[in-house]
Write a protein that binds this ligand. Structure first.
Ligand SMILES: Nc1ncnc2c1ncn2[C@@H]1O[C@H](COP(=O)(O)OP(=O)(O)OP(=O)(O)O)[C@@H](O)[C@H]1O
Ligand SMILES: [Mg+2]
Length: 473
């Protein structure tokens, strides 16, 4: 990584050193590789056998992984660690931090060190660690946040190639849970057994049902879909099983049901958990005997249909509560496929996102790519609506992109970008505010004596004058 050569990092580091004597460092996403420390005493502590510094960094790594913003945490010695995550296409890839300041009272630090590492180091560390007030912490957070955002932007936007090849090319994903599903599909398509697909809304249940049908021996026959929660009971019954002439007002001729339409093929019954008890009985008959009777009819009709049922509800729990027939449950639950929610396959988000870019790209030529910043935001969002929601987001981004060659972070909706720390301020702005604050504070300490204030700040009198004018103080 080009950490040390990024202009924002150079500037943020310079200011952190000059104003507070703190060092800016970069650690791995798990908190390891934590090297740069702010002062010699910290280095001594860190070098001690059994040092708890590593533990503190691991803790902050897990905080950063959960929080989008800049976090402040006390280390084992009571010093402050200010840290922000760097996100890339595969999730959290690193942590930018400044550590070793004293935020709080001195006694705290001394007792923490004395407890953990021995009384000898305590006064020494307490003496060199800079004291940070609320406004100092706010500035340090800004600088660390700006540096982390710069490192994030410099990440290469790579989507790792998949090593997983299978015939279900329409199912994108490399996560272990997806591999398991696809391996199971390989067996499921060869059998004729009824399948139950269980998963949250928008996880790809219908995609899987279609894959089973189109990769199996019934592929040339119809694939019919009916959502069981879409209609009221009467309408659903008539849609599924058909009706005969005169069965009800408006039934002017015999109407075959969808089961007959699906004859020889596959019937995908979506949200089967919403089916009424009466219809559950009729469905059970189709499964047990392969026959059905249309509404108002008397003669049973034979059908040859493979059934794939889907539900986002836990059917087994519904059976317990007597909301779903037990006998039907066992008939349906012959082969069960559990589709993992997107939050359990975060590593697949970049791959899925690019898949949807390609899928919805309508213009001639090559579909655009996704920038590292855009991928970072997409990866960080929890996707309550799962893959469908991700797909909608990508479609929205494509509209904004027009014919741009890259989809960038600014095209990600604010809802998805969300969280704190995602509207990074320009570095110049952060620097100016920090500088102005320090100058005003120094002038205050020396009651307007510019000579003394300049000496205090470690700059020349003429530079101070120039900065006062430039910053409009
Ligand atoms: N693994 C995947 N690879 C590629 N596309 C996917 C994948 N999973 C889901 N999709 C796409 O996401 C969208 C939603 O999937 P699908 O409709 O199959 O989900 P669902 O579980 O039936 O959703 P709902 O509960 O809302 O009915 C579809 O456009 C589908 O093609
Ligand atoms: Mg569906």
């Amino acid at each position: 990584m080009t950490f040390d050569s990024l202009p924002e990092v150079i500037l943020a580091r310079d200011l952190l050193r000059r104003w507070w004597g703190l060092e800016l460092g970069l650690a791995a996403a798990d908190g390891s590789g934590y090297e740069r420390v702010s002062h010699a005493t910290c280095a001594t502590l860190r070098a001690q056998p059994g040092s708890a510094c590593a533990g503190s960094m691991r803790e902050i790594a897990s905080m950063v992984a959960k929080d989008r913003g800049v976090v402040v945490q006390r280390c084992h010695a009571g010093l402050a660690i200010v840290a922000a995550g760097v996100r890339g296409g595969t999730g959290l890839v690193g942590i930018v931090y400044a550590s070793g300041g004293r935020a709080g009272d001195l006694g705290d630090v001394e007792s923490a060190i004395a407890k953990g590492l021995g009384a000898a180091e305590a006064p020494a560390l307490a003496a060199v660690a800079p004291a940070l007030g609320e406004s100092d912490l706010a500035r340090i957070k800004d600088l660390v946040g700006v540096a982390a955002a710069a490192v994030e932007r410099a990440q290469p936007a790579t989507i790792p190639p998949t090593t997983f090849t299978h015939p279900f090319s329409e199912i994108v994903g490399d996560a272990p849970a997806v591999r398991d599903v696809v391996k199971l599909l390989g067996k499921v398509v060869k059998s004729e057994a009824t399948v139950l697909v269980h998963g949250e809304s928008g996880t790809g249940k219908e995609l899987i049902a279609r894959a089973i049908h189109y990769h199996g021996p019934r592929a040339k026959k119809p694939f019919v879909v009916q959502n069981c929660s879409a209609f009221n009971d009467n309408l659903l019954e008539s849609a599924l099983f058909g009706h005969v002439r005169g069965a009800f007002t408006g039934a002017v001729k015999d109407q075959p049901g969808l089961f007959q339409v699906a004859d020889g093929g596959t019937f995908f019954l979506d949200e089967i958990g919403d089916m009424s008890a009466a219809l559950q009985v009729k469905l059970l008959r189709v499964l047990q005997e392969g026959t059905l009777t249309p509404v108002g009819g008397t003669k049973p009709i034979k059908v040859d249909v493979r059934i794939i049922a889907a539900s986002h509800k836990d059917l087994a729990a519904m059976v317990e509560k007597k909301q779903f027939r037990e006998d039907l449950f066992y008939r349906v639950n012959v082969l069960k496929i559990t589709v993992p929610p997107l939050r359990e396959r975060v590593a697949d988000i970049p791959r899925l996102a690019q898949h949807f870019v390609n899928k919805h790209w309508r213009n001639p030529g090559k579909a655009p790519g996704l920038s590292a910043g855009a991928l970072a935001r997409l990866v960080a969002y929890p996707w309550p609506g799962n893959i469908r929601e991700l797909e909608n987001e990508i479609e929205r981004m494509l509209v904004l992109a027009g014919d741009a060659q890259e989809l960038t972070a600014s095209m990600v909706s604010s809802r998805v970008s969300g969280g704190s720390g995602t509207t990074p301020r320009a570095l110049r702005d952060v620097v100016d505010t920090a500088e102005a604050d320090a100058i005003v504070a120094a002038l205050g300490r020396h009651v307007g004596d510019r000579e003394a204030a300049a000496a205090d700040l470690g700059i020349s009198r003429s530079y101070l004058d120039a900065r006062v004018n430039a910053l409009g103080l």
